[in-house]
Design a binder for this molecule. Structure first.
Ligand code: DP6
Length: 408
């Protein structure tokens, strides 16, 4: 192989997000345009992130992709859409506009657009755990390619074409995806509502439910819902617009009770829509339902919303609470779902202190403990958007453009 070093190697990281006003249903499958706006919280990358390295070289003979160390098919249509769109924007920028300008072949950057790209991507969490890896994955891909080709500005519109929810992972904190009206999707973009620093007490606890079985993908599930669910149409038209405004207000006011209640109601309506789909789709399992009941008993005991749940297209529960509730609620979860044989590994992420829970609380909320039903708990908080990694030792691709062992 030639001694030449690749022109550039860029590594970036991007976060996972969890929606509190759910996106479910497209009005345009190809451009990934939604039938309603949505709103999410970006999770901290210390706990959940995708890392992507991209590099170009005139020595490369084809575009190539490695996912979690294994070569994968780069021909996936959504991946190709992102790649094509980034290259188009880069070409446009270099030529000084859509139609004009001088794309001189003496410009080494213009030349590099003809080069093939190698991309490697990996998650710091098990992909199989069902923790929304495609949103972080596409956000990271688009952000990294943009840095590689020197693009600036909002690229949520490009990330959206990889996976709808990915556009919200292009920002940190609290993020809305405005559905837009235009048929070309130019106005269907994500926007930060407030940064993660706005609500420092907010915590997130992910309950990873065991016995993960294959379920209907979001993409396929929402297609069937759009075709068959009258509730989905009603939700998009009459419910979500008002909820978006309310949710933004609750976040701005840091009103946990109102935020939590609306989060639970919107998750419930999303799953009701799945049940209204024909044939029906069930993402919640018995353990998910036990978590729902536990949260409600806990809140009833205190006479207010201290914990809120939300579920995506799978059985894992994502719980919101304030930092002063975490220790006690974790103890309640441990009593309700006693750890299986991974006792030492049951708690991951931010530290949790031992809590002194009253017998009164335990007897009011813990019912029929189910050992081993929760695989582990991940404690995290809202976090920042995608980031450039300056440390060259973290590149996932070596100077030969092939995977190398990763940075821990
Ligand atoms: C339930 O973004 O995964 O998580 O656009 O087809 O890739 P595609 O779907 P995807 O759907 C996410 C659905 C959801 C709700 C949400 O994140 O808003």
């Amino acid at each position: 192989m030639a001694e030449d070093k690749p022109l550039t190697v860029v590594t970036c990281t991007a976060p996972v997000n969890i929606a509190v006003v759910k996106y479910w249903g497209k009005r345009d499958e190809e451009l990934i345009l939604p039938i309603n706006s949505s709103l999410s919280v970006t999770l901290h990358q210390d706990q959940l992130k995708t890392t992507t390295t991209a590099t170009i070289s005139r020595d490369f003979t084809e575009d190539r992709l490695w996912l979690n160390g294994k070569e994968d098919d780069i021909g996936h249509p959504r991946l190709q859409s992102c790649l094509r769109e980034i290259r188009r924007l880069a070409r446009k920028r270099r030529s000084g506009g859509e139609n004009g300008g001088d794309s001189s072949s003496s410009d080494p950057l213009a030349l590099s657009l003809a080069y093939k790209v190698h991309i490697a991507s990996e998650n710091n969490f098990p992909t199989a755990a069902g923790l929304a890896s495609s949103a972080a994955g596409y956000a990271c891909l688009v952000y990294t390619l943009a840095k590689l080709y020197g693009l600036e500005g909002d690229l949520s519109e490009v990330a959206r074409q990889g996976s709808g929810s990915a556009c919200r992972s292009m920002f940190g904190g609290f993020v809305q995806w405005i559905m837009g009206e235009s048929s070309d999707g130019k106005d269907s973009v994500a926007q930060q509502v407030v940064p993660e620093t706005h609500w420092p007490e907010l915590r997130i606890l992910i309950l990873v439910v065991s016995a993960e079985k294959k379920h209907v993908s979001s993409t396929a599930g929402m297609q069937t819902s759009v075709k068959t669910s009258p509730l989905l149409k009603h939700r998009a038209k009459a419910v979500v617009p008002e909820r978006m405004a309310q949710m933004i207000q609750h976040i701005q006011c840091r009103d946990f009770e109102a935020f939590g209640e609306l989060t639970m109601k919107d998750s419930n309506q999303f799953h009701a829509t799945c049940l209204d789909t024909f044939p029906p789709i069930f993402y919640l399992n018995d353990i998910s339902k036990q978590v729902v009941a536990l949260v409600h008993r806990f809140n009833t005991h205190y006479g207010k919303t201290k914990v809120a749940y939300t579920f995506d297209a799978g059985p894992n529960a994502v719980l919101f609470m304030l930092d002063d509730t975490v220790d006690e609620f974790v103890e309640v979860v441990k009593r309700s779902f006693p750890p299986g044989n991974n006792g030492g590994q049951f708690l991951k992420g931010l530290p949790v202190d031992a809590a002194r829970t009253s017998e009164e609380l335990l007897s009011a909320v813990v019912r029929d403990p189910t050992p081993g039903a929760i695989c582990y708990l991940l404690h995290t908080k809202p976090g920042p958007g995608p980031m450039l990694v300056e440390d060259a030792s973290c590149h996932l691709l070596g100077t030969d453009g092939l995977p190398r062992s990763s940075c821990s």
